[in-house]
Design a protein around this ligand. Structure first.
Ligand code: MN
Ligand code: MN
Length: 498
């Protein structure tokens, strides 16, 4: 039997659609799920996928990828590579597993919503492949972490994290609940496909993969690269959707973009920023977080958003300022609250590391060095317990990140809004703007401090909070190098190093 060439049947296959007679179209495709809004039905004829894929092609390519990823996994399992890794780097992979695995799982649901409710059969068709991609990503994270459970219980958090109240996980869950599970198809196309997947996953999956490879963690690097090949493909489904929305409702498109860009940036800054600039061993760093952001997000994503007709977000200058500082603030905060983490954070401020930080971020010493000096004095005086935060920091009602953690220490501003009698606090005027533009959307959630004040955390101290977050002594974070890095500060700076 002769098979038709793909191009002879592809257009018919992807346009499989029919006029509904038993139910109203609006009932089968409710606006609250499709997000179609004011876009006329005929406009969807212009939706064209940027890549052509058939089920047959998809399965054979994915089969190869899976084979490759698991072959490396098996070989490295036998080589027992985990014990040879630098403990600071290990923190990056544990953080990644705990904060990303369930996001991949949530993405399955989001993609399955495209399969069912997207306004054109072409997009519904591609949603199937996106869904299968995300199932693969979740399972890769689980398999990788399961292999390492025997070496380190922190990998249990690959599965556990999203079922806990760990504060960083709450911040991530809040965002992805909002832009993956709560979003209609149009919003998910802009917030997730275009912004998170196209704009930001490169930094987590390309930059971190390069650093992991340098650090000798071939298994983790290989897993990240395998996942990224899927992300860069299915993220492209966002473009044709954005182009159509830009023609019919550009204000809505821009608003979704401005909100999701800020929220994604703040999370990636918190996770990837500290992984790259503090956890990756100094001699293995390829690029600073800022350099990577400038090349892969600012330059490339800027071009992309211009191509689809979007403007840069109105807060662009503040975003650039935050790029210099926010992750240093988050590094200080996460290290000081290390018992609330499920990995062992590296301080990353030895003399050599500090020199590197100052060369990449000229304001670093002025803003952060002085605080680290105080920490170092306490560590060297044998009072490491004084370097652990005793009370909870004020948290933002939009990002759920600490207030005062988006700029340098000279720019701590108090932003608040009152809505229906309750006062909400924000980490920046951008987060306040997000809240004010749609308060009903954010008003219902409570952050960790509010739950603490409501008496949900008992006893009302850091010990009670850590227990409430689900952290057990075997995974609770402590300094990755057991404070050995601070010892060199006991002697005065050698002249040559000045
Ligand atoms: Mn994924
Ligand atoms: Mn994805």
């Amino acid at each position: 039997m002769r098979l038709l060439n793909r191009d002879d049947w592809y257009d018919i296959g992807r346009d499989l659609d029919w006029t509904l007679t038993y139910v109203d179209h609006a009932e089968a495709f409710p606006d609250s799920w499709s997000g179609n809004g004011v876009v006329p039905a005929a406009a969807w004829d212009a939706w064209d996928e940027p890549y052509r894929v058939t089920y047959h092609d998809y399965v054979s390519v994915q089969r190869e990828k899976e084979g490759g990823a698991h072959a490396v996994r098996e070989a490295l399992k036998r080589a027992n590579i985990f014990h040879k890794l630098d403990p600071a780097h290990t923190a990056s992979s544990q953080m990644h597993m705990g904060t990303t695995c369930m996001v991949e799982q949530m993405a399955i649901t989001m993609q399955s919503r495209f399969c069912r409710f997207a306004p054109t059969p072409r997009w519904r068709n591609l949603g199937v492949y996106g869904m299968l991609d995300e199932i693969r990503h979740t399972q890769l994270d689980m398999a990788f972490s399961h292999d390492l459970l025997k070496d380190d219980q922190s990998f249990d958090w690959c599965q556990k994290a999203f079922h806990s109240n760990e504060w960083a996980v709450i911040a991530i869950r809040n965002f992805f609940d909002d832009v993956m599970l709560n979003a209609d198809c149009m919003e998910a196309a802009i917030a997730t496909s275009l912004t998170v997947e196209h704009g930001f996953t490169n930094i987590q999956f390309v930059a971190l993969a390069a650093d992991a490879m340098e650090a000798g963690d071939i298994d983790f690097s290989n897993l990240l690269s395998s996942i990224q090949t899927d992300e860069s493909r299915h993220a492209q489904c966002g473009f044709p959707a954005v182009e159509i929305l830009m023609k019919h409702d550009p204000k809505r498109a821009q608003h979704i973009f401005d909100v999701s860009f800020w929220r994604s940036f703040r999370l990636f800054q918190t996770l990837t920023g500290i992984s790259m600039d503090y956890y990756t061993p100094l001699h293995q760093r390829k690029m600073s977080f800022k350099e990577f952001m400038m090349e892969w997000v600012v330059t490339q994503h800027e071009r992309t958003i211009r191509d689809v007709g979007l403007q840069k977000p109105w807060y662009w200058d503040e975003f650039l300022a935050c790029l210099d500082h926010g992750h240093h603030a988050m590094q200080l905060g996460t290290w000081m609250y290390r018992p609330t983490l499920f990995w062992n954070p590296n301080a990353g401020v030895s003399r050599a590391e500090r020199k590197w930080l100052n060369s990449k971020y000229p304001g670093w010493e002025d803003s952060w060095g002085v605080i680290w000096d105080e920490i170092i004095r306490n560590v060297n005086d044998g009072a490491a317990e004084k370097t652990v935060g005793a009370t909870l920091p004020a948290l933002c009602n939009v990002t759920h990140l600490p207030i005062g953690a988006h700029w340098d220490r000279h720019h701590v501003s108090k932003q608040m809004s009152v809505y229906k009698g309750r006062t909400y606090y924000f980490d920046s005027n951008v987060s306040k703007w997000i809240f004010d533009s749609n308060p009903e959307r954010y008003a219902g959630s409570t952050n960790v401090v509010e739950r603490f004040l409501a008496g949900q955390i008992q006893p009302m101290d850091l010990g009670g909070a850590v227990q409430w977050m689900g952290l057990t002594p075997d995974v609770m974070g402590d300094d990755a190098y057991k404070y050995r890095w601070a010892a060199e500060y006991k002697s005065p700076v050698p002249m040559a190093a000045e």
